[in-house]
Design a protein around this ligand. Sequence first.
Ligand SMILES: O=C(O)/C=C/C(=O)CC(=O)CC(=O)O
Ligand SMILES: [Ca+2]
Ligand SMILES: [Mg+2]
Length: 395
Amino acid sequence: MASYHPNDPTLTSWVPTPPDHPFPLQNLPFGIFAPRPGDPRPGVAIGDHVLDLAELGLLEGDSLNDLMAQGPAAWRDLRAKISWLLNAGNPELRDHPGSALHRSAEVELLLPARIGDYVDFYSSLEHATNVGSMFRDPANPLLPNWRWLPIGYHGKSGTIALSGTPVRRPKGQLTADNQTAVYAPCRRLDIELETGFFLGSHTDIFGLVLLNDWSARDIQRWEYQPLGPFLAKSFLTSISPWVVTLDALEPFRVDGPAQQPEPLPHLQTPEPRNYDLHLEVWLQPASAPRATCLARTNFRHMYWSMSQQLQHLTSNGAPVRPGDLCGSGTISGPTPDSYGSLLELAWNGTRPLTLDTGETRTFLEDGDTVTLRGWCQGAGYRIGLGDVTGQVVPA
Ligand SMILES: O=C(O)/C=C/C(=O)CC(=O)CC(=O)O
Ligand SMILES: [Ca+2]
Ligand SMILES: [Mg+2]
């Protein structure tokens, strides 16, 4: 077993996993599921199945917080144990799976952690440049602090819900003249394509999920100066159910974009600081037979890395707790078909997007379903984050 490594691309499982499946043996993402109503427990996704860690005596509880608190050595140990249990060459569980394996379609998925604090960053140079051009000064889109530190704000942890939760169109104050407001349903409902990382400690990141920071652009525009986003983002933030460990993503590390000015010493991290993680945004109107892909991009473009975000977050001595969640910030790429929000894709409503059905969109309409998807492509296998989805329902 000395040479056994869970990331070995040649490993295969006795649970079938097609080459484009997000959850092959090399992934082993952690989550919380209930095989029966009211019986939550930790599990690991493998193909279209869930391995029951409580049934196997490997991990207990109704959240992953305790595991997140244990630290990288324990995470690695448990992942290696699970990998060997699911390995095609190991008959132990393969020949007698008993009640340790559930079909994913037959279980209920739950939030993976009790999220104490939630932070949302603003770390895509392309996104910040686009929004700065639209809302501020196209000649000078970035504020002077942007290249010095990963800008962020404290969000509302109670807003975070699991993929599939309906997106109730929020009501709020809207202005037409920047002087007076009315209280009405949001007319500029948007998405933000993000990843979220769960903390183990002030130095260790446990793993990644997909995150959709649903945003009400018209409410935001009126309310967010000078203190920052408030009700425009606190109605719902959706995350995918399976937490993909940094260990599983390790083979896909890549250098990030050059940073100028050089970050201050406490924000310097060794390269490769980013991950080659392909990301997609899909939209399906209620009446449409299928979804349209609106954007394809990659996490590798992010200017500030997760480690730099974490180092900044704790650089004043602020405490963090296992299970805290940090959003990456909207992930936009360099081309107009790689932006992570409708605000950018339809350029503040001025360039409507045409869907496969011929319909157009500038912002979301009632009945629209948005799905974010992401994976790292290996040779003959994928390390997927799965997806995060939500359907807009009327105010
Ligand atoms: O720059 C602005 O005026 C507004 C920016 C955002 O709304 C983006 C945000 O919430 C942070 C992010 O996801 O990148
Ligand atoms: Ca955001
Ligand atoms: Mg939100």
